[in-house]
Each structure stands twice: as structure tokens, then as C-alpha cells.
Design a protein around this ligand. Structure first.
Ligand SMILES: C[S@@+](CC[C@H](N)C(=O)[O-])C[C@H]1O[C@@H](n2cnc3c(N)ncnc32)[C@H](O)[C@@H]1O
Length: 201
């Protein structure tokens, strides 16, 4: 089963532990501490939209894309309840370009890390670069392989796997060992990687 189909099935059965009903604190910290100024932004694999909505509430013009119809429908409903303008669309980021590029900022929480092959992660990184303006920024939150896992959880990537996929297209500004935002006492360990598009990438 493809990554995309696997997620669609999980939204159908309600098996979505990543869906915490609020923006991830790593996004909030990453944007406010750098700081990343409000601009046009793309949230890849936006799920039910909490991170996109937070960005829009903070002045970003946001497009959120996902392959799950259920997730996009929920995201639209959340934005409408919050009275926030966000453009949510069904787009498979590995297969199709997102209209509206170039963006100043790309965010993804748990989408890039989903791809098990080096080839797909590189393709993902190359596609992100192609959607960014010169000097544009990408913030990714990815599962961290340094966690000694017992039981289920998000995909885990080593720092080396992340670096090897992104480095041809991005300068790494910071790579921080953290944990995912969560409503549970022992959240999964994560990487927070902020990158800047290389010249001519
Ligand atoms: C772990 S979930 C995270 C969802 C959301 N970012 C969040 O934090 O709640 C990963 C998301 O990526 C989406 N996804 C997977 N492959 C994708 C692709 N090729 N294009 C767009 N979205 C994709 C899935 O449908 C899923 O919603």
C-alpha cells in the first residue's frame, strides 16, 4: 500500500494519533523565534488543518494540501468555525505541483518523514525547493530514530537520512532534537529542521 493510501485508510477508521487538535508548539516556536515573517505559506500534508490555521491567524496567506479527502473536509470545517481564511486543497505533493507557488515558507509535520525510500525523500525535498522563492524557508517536523521505541508511533528517521535528502537543495539552518506536540505525557521524539533554499536549487 502506498503512503498516501495508508493515511487515507487511517482517516477513515479514525486512527489518527498525530491529530492533536492544536498547532504543534514546534511550529509556534520555530516561527516566532527565528523569526519567520508572515508571507505566502504552504502546509504539505496539512491533515485536518490546525497548523495551517495557526499560520493564517498569524498573518500568513496559507495553502494547505493533503491527499485525504476526509482530512481536507475537516480542515475546511475547522477554518470556517475559526473564521479564518485558508485555502485547503487535495493535491498529491509527490505527483503534482501546487498552484500558487512560489511560497516564502513551507511547513510540514509528519509528511516528509513518511517516505521510506531515500529516492522519495529526495524527490520531496526537490519539490519543496521548486515551490519556494529564492531564500525561501522550509520547516519540517520528522520522527527521530534516536528514540528507543516500544510499540507503535510515527516513522523514525536518522539525522543522516534527513541531511542526505535535503542537502542538495537546502542549507540547514538548525536541526534540533525535540518531541512532537502532543496531548500525552510521553510524546514521540522528533527532529525540527529549519532550512533555506540554496541558490538556484
Ligand atoms: C502524520 S500526518 C500529519 C498531518 C498534519 N500535518 C498534522 O500535523 O496533523 C501526515 C499527512 O500527510 C498526508 N500525506 C501523505 N502523503 C502525501 C502526499 N504525497 N501529498 C500530500 N499529503 C500527503 C497524509 O494524508 C497525512 O494527512
Amino acid at each position: 500500500m502506498t503512503v498516501q493510501k495508508g493515511y487515507k485508510k487511517r482517516y477513515k477508521t479514525g486512527d489518527t494519533p498525530w491529530d492533536i487538535g492544536k498547532p504543534d508548539f514546534n511550529l509556534v516556536e520555530g516561527v516566532t523565534k527565528h523569526p519567520i515573517l508572515a508571507c505566502s505559506a504552504l502546509d504539505i500534508g496539512c491533515g485536518t488543518g490546525d497548523n495551517s490555521i495557526w499560520l493564517a491567524q498569524n498573518g500568513f496567506q496559507v495553502i494547505g494540501t493533503d491527499t485525504s479527502e476526509i482530512a481536507i473536509q475537516k480542515a475546511k470545517e475547522k477554518a470556517s468555525r475559526a473564521g479564518v481564511k485558508c485555502d485547503f486543497r487535495i493535491v498529491d505533493f509527490l505527483e503534482n505541483p501546487v498552484k500558487g507557488a512560489p511560497f516564502g515558507f513551507v511547513f510540514d509535520r509528519g509528511c516528509f518523514h513518511s517516505f521510506a525510500s531515500e529516492k522519495d525523500r529526495r524527490r520531496f525535498a526537490q519539490n519543496v525547493a521548486a515551490h519556494l522563492e529564492e531564500d525561501g524557508l522550509w520547516l519540517t517536523l520528522a520522527g527521530n530514530a534516536d528514540e528507543d521505541r516500544r510499540g507503535p508511533g510515527p516513522p523514525q528517521r536518522t539525522a543522516g537520512e534527513i541531511i542526505s535528502a535535503v542537502e542538495p537543495y537546502f542549507m540547514i539552518l538548525s536541526l534540533i532534537s525535540t518531541h512532537f506536540g502532543s496531548n500525552h505525557p510521553n510524546p514521540p521524539r522528533a527532529w525540527r529542521c529549519l532550512m533555506q533554499k540554496r541558490y538556484a536549487a
